[in-house]
Write a protein that binds this ligand. Structure first.
Ligand SMILES: [Zn+2]
Length: 344
């Protein structure tokens, strides 16, 4: 607006068709800016010693059934031992069909009344899974749930800065990427309110994620989504994410991609595609025992077809990951480190 008033001379000098073109370019610019709302950002402070620890659980809400309560019990024990700062849920928070509204008793029966250990009374950062999209999505996003249980925070996509300067987490809404939910939903009804037109939604989301990754100065970059990019489990790879999201993660040196969806615990390390570690934590309740496909053993660091969860402990220079089964046994450990950048 200011520019238009500051330079009236320019406008009078420009011929009419050119003026129209200029105005339409300006309008298009304004429109694309307004569509590209930045992802909402949250901050979470690290501990006084500069470390951060959290648990990751996915595919859980079954009113305690299918060992959900047993996994929750072990999360409580490990959570206390590691003095966790928060919990991440990789989605499929409520089976089978999400929540039917903000007053659906499943919220208490599958969340509040299950994760009762003192160590789990921390902030939960949640994304949505495909089962959540089969219910009332806005209910899970509603601040009314946070009023009922202050741990609850669920957005479609958002950014969490932890530290500061330790890690940045990019939570990505992956369900709208999957074409089959749109063209062959079988007997399921998905709540696509706020998603359509789908092409624009995905395009804008990818642009937002890319721009946030480009600007990130965090030591560790961690992307969280419900769907797999690489997995030997029942669902396997998600082709749409491998095509559209993975190149962005590679271009901006993402360290970890963390997902659920396949009901297993899994670690794939793909050295050919930068250093991204693909971590599946989808063992929050029902598991699909024995349902595993072949994967190159050089890349497959760990696969467990039962229930469990994952922990991450990190500092500016170290990341330690552990996977636990339903009894709390550590089944797999992995660590990596980075040098601190030299002081300027
Ligand atoms: Zn799923």
């Amino acid at each position: 607006m200011v520019v238009l008033y500051k330079k009236p001379m320019l406008l009078t000098l420009v011929k009419k068709p050119m003026l129209l073109t200029l105005v339409s370019i300006l309008l298009l610019g304004l429109l694309s800016v307004s569509c590209l709302a930045e992802l909402q950002r949250f901050q979470h402070s690290a501990k006084a010693d500069g470390s951060l620890s959290f648990l990751v659980v996915g595919d859980w809400g079954r009113r305690g059934l299918c060992n959900q309560s047993e996994v929750a019990l072990q999360m409580g024990i490990v959570g206390e031992k590691l003095d966790i700062d928060f919990v991440i849920s990789t989605g499929d928070n409520f089976y089978d069909n999400g929540l039917n509204g903000v007053h659906d008793p499943a919220f208490h029966q599958s969340f509040t009344d299950i994760y009762t250990a003192p160590s789990l009374q921390k902030q939960w950062y949640n994304v949505l899974g495909n089962h959540d999209y089969r219910g009332n999505v806005e209910a899970q996003l509603s601040p009314i749930l946070t009023k009922m249980d202050s741990r609850w925070l669920c957005l479609r996509s958002f950014i969490l800065n932890a530290g500061p300067e330790i890690a940045e987490f990019f939570f990505v809404d992956t369900t709208p990427f999957v074409t089959k939910y749109f063209i062959d939903p079988e007997d399921h009804v998905y709540d696509w309110k706020g998603i359509l037109p789908r092409k624009n939604y995905i395009k804008n989301l990818l642009m937002e994620v890319e721009s946030a990754l480009r600007e990130s100065t965090a030591k560790w970059k961690i992307v969280v989504g419900h769907h797999t990019i690489k997995s030997a489990g029942h669902h396997g790879n998600t082709a749409e994410l491998a095509i559209h999201l993975l190149p962005i993660l590679q271009a901006y040196d993402v360290d970890l991609y963390i997902n659920g969806h396949d009901h297993c615990l899994e670690h794939i390390s793909s050295s050919s595609e930068s250093g991204i570690q693909f971590l599946t934590s989808g063992g929050g309740s029902k598991a699909w025992g024995g349902d595993v496909n072949w994967w190159n053993p050089q890349e497959m660091k760990f696969y467990h077809d039962g229930q469990g969860f994952m922990s991450v402990q990190m500092t500016q220079t170290e990341v330690d990951i552990k996977f636990y089964d339903v009894f709390g046994n550590v089944l797999h450990k992995w660590s990596t480190s980075k040098q601190l950048s030299p002081a300027m």
